[in-house]
Design a protein around this ligand. Structure first.
Ligand code: DC
Length: 682
């Protein structure tokens, strides 16, 4: 999935199954910081592995914390600083991770002010547009040295101080709470570093937003021995003598915001069996589980267990809602997309914080929902979404603005067949890799839970004679599109190998068909396992190839392998290579390529392939062999090797793999609704 410029989601029609959520980003980064600041070791279980946690881990490592990754899914071991700086100068790059930038700024500003230091904190360009002024103002009240290195009010920052310095905590520290709750979180996480001499009080100015996130902060501080006293949502006091104490072990809950996509998936598409989401539930400390109530209001049928959520479709179409979403800012984005499946207009209010997140999410959401056909009204702090009429769905190339939640939310537009869209449309997600911020396997997970009609899943067929480079081209095209591959020749080869090993008569059609039907196969990328043994290497043996060519003329065997091959047609799409992909197996494929290369060229390629594997060979013999195999494949009665009538011919004798791939991708773009793939991301 990495470095894909785009991923096309075919129209999807159903969903069921179980998803185990990755760890919560909010909890992961708070726990990492607390483990990094406290004394001793903390074992962190189920940590989210993502861009944002990686920058936090990297920073802690640079600051001298011990960070030992867990082996084979085991817990991460963090050895904390015990409040004493080990490194007094560092430059930290924090990507676009607000959950790293804000708390590290607070912690390092306080540590530098008391123990001496010089730290520079920066991020990607978008990070330098995300406000931090309110936090800096609060830190300056304490006497910390904070300097803006770019624009006032925004990162990058320099934090300085001299050893033996003091911070002034006598007066209450005032911090604004109406732009981002992360400023308050940052202070609360960091202030125990200096609470030895007296209680410290923080006063919130303005109406505090995103209160549930503060709740997460307070609960995690309690796990690390800090009992913050709270008066309403205005005053927070850290008692004198508070000191971080490692709980020894911590388990990170699943990400409740990520759960929202699968709750929505269940509400929209789980008509038969539920979608079960494991890792969060009624006992969660994350406020975003309140999303479940909003989803229920829209019609979802939800069963909430302590550590899981089961969702099925309830009301359909969904019900439009008018909801103040201040308490669930991240998950509320998912409601905006559920609105595509509601009757009437859904209005989400009190969401001004969307404008200062990974991107301006109100503007982004409005623009991208319009691309799929919705009518959207946006205001400074609200969004109102009306679904497209059945005939108004459009194939949109969705910009994701380096915002994981935009990518995950908009993927749900692919279920337009369930809204009776006519015609049904695919959805193109640009830069799909941005989901790595919180959910690296999001699309794989979505596809594994989703169902669709086979005819809606796009297939590119690449047929051609032996050693024409079909397999290489198919893999390369599949990689560029994020599609699955089917190397159909390997099915004939593996059947041949099994027959040779087990002594089955390779001329006995019914026996060979029975053998093929009973094969215990596992595909993993380009590799193939037979009965739990990786046989990818053995399949390339000449004897296996020759036997494969002979048995492939058996009608009973071809019939037995038919269903096996059809099953490879799964979302998001398939690139299938062989002899009869375009003629027999996938005759409705929208793009069929017939690949050829001169016999001399093919013999030379096969020769190089064998020599590179240390197998001796003669070019002349190889050429004679492949010509006789062509002859046999072309002249057999059933599924002979020939181009489909609507196939495009590609002679790659003089082409590199890259050049051939580009040609196929160009043909593919011409067939799809997205033209050149949309304009580049801003
Ligand atoms: O592409 P390959 O060399 O791995 O294929 C091995 C044999 O399998 C080939 O000689 C013909 C047969 N084959 C076929 O009949 N139909 C296919 N779709 C793929 C391969």
């Amino acid at each position: 999935m990495y470095d894909l410029p785009f991923l096309d989601l075919p129209p999807l029609t159903g969903a069921a199954g179980t998803v185990r959520l990755p760890g919560s980003k909010s909890i992961s980064n708070r726990v990492l910081l607390l483990a990094g600041l406290c004394e001793g070791q903390t074992l962190v279980h189920d940590l989210l592995d993502s861009d944002d946690t990686r920058v936090m881990l990297d920073s802690l490592g640079r600051l001298g914390c011990g960070v030992e990754p867990g082996t084979a899914g085991g817990p991460l071991r963090v050895t904390g600083l015990g409040g004493r700086l080990q490194v007094h100068e560092a430059q930290l790059f924090l990507g676009n991770a607000g959950t790293a930038m804000r708390p590290l700024t607070a912690a390092l500003a306080l540590l530098a002010a008391t123990q001496g230091g010089n730290f520079e904190l920066s991020g990607v360009p978008r990070m330098h547009e995300r406000p931090i002024g309110d936090l800096v103002d609060a830190l300056r009240q304490l006497g910390c040295g904070v300097e803006y290195l770019g624009q006032d009010g925004y990162p990058p920052l320099r934090l300085t101080g001299a050893a033996g310095g003091r911070v002034d905590t006598a007066a209450p520290i005032r911090v604004r709470g109406d732009v981002s709750s992360q400023f308050l979180t940052a202070l609360l996480l960091a202030l125990p570093l200096v609470s030895a001499d007296g209680a410290i009080t923080v006063e919130v100015q303005g109406e505090l937003i995103s209160k549930p996130y503060i709740d997460i902060t307070l609960k995690l501080l309690a796990r690390f021995g800090i009992e913050v006293q709270r008066e309403g949502w205005e005053r927070f006091t850290i008692p004198q003598g508070s000191a971080y104490r490692s709980p020894g072990e911590v388990w990170v809950e699943g990400d409740a915001s990520s759960a929202s996509y699968f709750v929505a998936l269940g509400a929209i598409a789980a008509t038969d069996a539920p979608v079960r989401i494991e890792g969060v539930g009624s006992e969660s400390i994350q406020g975003d589980v309140a999303f479940v109530d909003a989803a229920r209001a829209m019609g979802a049928s939800v069963h909430l267990g302590p550590n899981y959520i089961e969702v099925q479709r309830g009301a359909w179409p969904l019900r439009a809602i008018d909801l103040d979403c201040n308490h669930i800012p991240d998950a509320a984005m998912t409601l905006a997309v559920m609105a595509l499946y509601a009757r009437g207009s859904t209005r989400l209010t009190n969401i001004a914080s969307w404008r200062v997140k990974e991107t301006d999410r109100i503007a982004a959401m409005a623009a991208e929902l319009r691309k799929v056909g919705a009518t959207v009204v946006e205001g400074e702090d609200f969004i109102e979404v009306s679904p497209p009429p059945a005939s108004g769905w459009k194939a949109g190339a969705i910009h994701t603005y380096d915002d994981h939640r935009m990518a995950m939310c908009l993927s749900l537009a692919a279920f337009n067949p369930l809204a009776s869209a006519d015609p049904v449309v695919p959805v193109r997600i640009l830069d799909p890799r941005c989901v790595a911020k919180t959910f690296p396997d999001y699309f794989e997970t979505l596809f594994s839970l989703s169902t669709t009609e086979r005819s809606l899943v796009p297939v590119i067929t690449i047929d051609g004679p032996t050693a024409s480079g079909k397999g290489t081209l198919a893999s390369s095209v599949a990689q560029a599109l994020g599609y699955h591959t089917l190397d159909s020749g390997s099915l004939y080869r593996v059947t041949a190998l099994a027959a040779l090993t087990r002594g089955v008569d390779t001329t006995d059609g019914p026996a060979m068909a029975a053998l093929a039907r009973g094969l215990n196969l596992r595909f993993e990328g380009e590799r193939l396992w037979l009965d739990g043994r990786d046989v990818s290497g053995e399949l390339r043996r000449e004897e296996v190839g020759t036997t494969a060519s002979r048995i492939s003329a058996l009608p009973e065997l071809r019939a037995a392998l038919y269903a096996v091959q059809l099953a490879f047609r799964r979302a998001p799409g398939l690139v299938a290579d062989g002899r009869d992909m375009g003629t027999v197996i996938f005759p409705d494929a929208p793009l069929k390529v017939f690949l050829t290369a001169s016999p001399a060229m093919r013999a030379e390629r096969r020769y190089k392939q064998l020599i590179s594997k240390g197998i001796s060979a003669s070019i002349d013999e190889l050429r004679a062999d492949l010509e006789s195999r062509d002859e046999r494949d072309r002249n057999r009665l059933i599924a002979p090797l020939k181009p489909a009538e609507d196939a495009l011919l590609l002679d790659n004798s003089a082409q590199t793999v890259e050049a051939s791939t580009d040609i196929v991708l160009k043909w593919w773009a011409q067939r799809g609704p997205f033209g050149d793939g949309g304009t580049p991301q801003s």
